[in-house]
Write a protein that binds this ligand. Structure first.
Ligand code: SF4
Length: 391
């Protein structure tokens, strides 16, 4: 069996970024110790909680990735972080060389934190940079500057954490072709081994997204670039990063050789992962489940020794096949038709002949021997392609 990943959700942030559609909130920090305690209770009591929720235990597979995200886990005191990771290690068989990623904001990276993270075993930092242009950062409620990011890089490297990833968002208010290039070039000078480049998601789950949908003015919604501009920013970044030697290994992700995120690969390859905490999602190879996205509800459930699971679904063979299609197509490599044919006893070229024909005609999909993959222009329309393969 594939090795598993562990996801630990820490839904606390100092302030809510206007574009953020995560379950993270600006909860009072006085609640963080109680939350961390609940998280450890959920991890140690998982077998009983899962049984109560109707999730049969298939035994714990060995673990080779741990990812702390969901908000700003970089705000956890290093000592408390060490305890939390100690709990995971005492409950799961975690590889010595496991990839342990912590999401942090550049302004949370101090020498003390960085050394504390390193001694807890954290060996990868995913930094929510989003932009290196101050005007854009202020427009969405971020407090750092390009200088803060540069300082964070050197502090982390001095502490021995060199596996660094940065997030950039195309589509922020006030962003222009020139400011996008400024952000990209400033980050390239820092030479992070990994980039994630996202296009702004416009939906009702973020304040900025819902204002854009209402054609309102708040959160500088009227100053976001057009969809065409955002697509052009993304394409320009992809081209620039590839020219600089980064491998474009997934729709939104670029890495130096050997630096792809092992944890995120689990989401796209069907490997198991177990999430703990608010809004954490899990997959054991047969079923998917999700915890409540309300902090109060979560704390209440754990205090009552009840499972915080609110959604549980056992996947049918058809659903598994569809997932393999749309998750596999997120990766540069694409999907191997013969492998799906033997795993699901189908002929995918026959079953999906209409979709394959349609997306090849559109120039979004290509076949290469046994492989099916998105083309460069297909990356821009990936959601349309994925939807096409859903029943
Ligand atoms: S984008 Fe990150 S830092 Fe900002 S509110 Fe969302 S989780 Fe918190």
């Amino acid at each position: 069996m594939d090795k598993a990943g562990i996801y630990l959700s820490v839904p606390f942030c100092r302030q809510k970024c206007s574009f953020c559609n995560f379950a993270s909130e600006v909860h009072p920090f006085s609640q963080l110790p109680r939350y961390l305690h609940a998280l450890q209770t959920e991890i140690t009591g998982r077998a009983r909680l899962w049984r109560m929720a109707g999730i049969p235990s298939s035994g714990d597979p060995p673990v080779n990735t741990i990812y702390l995200g969901g908000g700003t886990p970089g705000l956890i005191e290093p000592e408390a972080l060490g305890k939390l990771l100690g709990t995971v290690r005492s409950c799961f068989s975690v590889d010595e060389e496991a990839e342990i990623t912590l999401e942090a904001s550049p302004e949370n990276v101090t020498a003390e934190n960085a050394h504390g993270w390193a001694s807890s075993g954290v060996n990868r930092i995913s930094m929510g940079v989003q932009s290196m242009v101050e005007d854009e950062l202020r427009a969405v409620g971020r407090r750092h500057t390009a200088e803060t990011v540069g300082r964070a890089f050197s502090v982390l490297k001095q502490a021995g954490i060199c596996n660094l990833s940065v997030d950039l968002i195309a589509g922020l208010p006030r962003q222009t072709e020139q400011s996008w290039e400024t952000s990209l070039e400033a980050l390239l000078r820092l030479d992070p081994p990994h980039f994630s480049v996202y296009m702004l998601e416009v939906d009702d789950d973020s304040r900025l997204g819902s204002e854009i949908l209402k054609h309102g003015q708040r959160y500088r919604a009227a100053e976001v670039p057009s969809e065409e501009e955002v697509a052009a920013f993304y394409s320009a970044a992809a081209e620039r990063l590839r020219a600089d030697g980064y491998e474009h290994y997934e729709v939104s992700n670029f890495a130096r050789r050997g630096k792809a995120s092992l944890h995120n690969e689990k989401y796209w390859t069907g490997a198991p992962y177990f999430g703990f905490g608010v809004d954490a999602h899990s997959y054991d190879g047969e079923r998917r489940w999700a915890n409540t996205d309300s902090l109060e509800h979560y704390l209440e459930k754990i205090a009552q020794a009840q499972p915080p699971v609110v959604d549980l679904k056992t996947l049918s063979a058809q659903e598994k096949l569809e997932e393999r299609f749309f998750l596999g197509l997120r990766r540069r490599q694409g999907i191997r038709a013969s492998r799906l044919n033997s795993d699901f006893d189908v002929d995918v070229h026959q079953k999906y002949s209409a979709q394959i024909h349609q997306f090849r005609e559109a120039g979004w999909l290509e076949t290469d021997g046994d492989w099916l993959r998105l083309t460069d222009s297909g990356w821009l329309f990936s959601n349309e392609v994925f939807a096409g393969f859903l029943a």
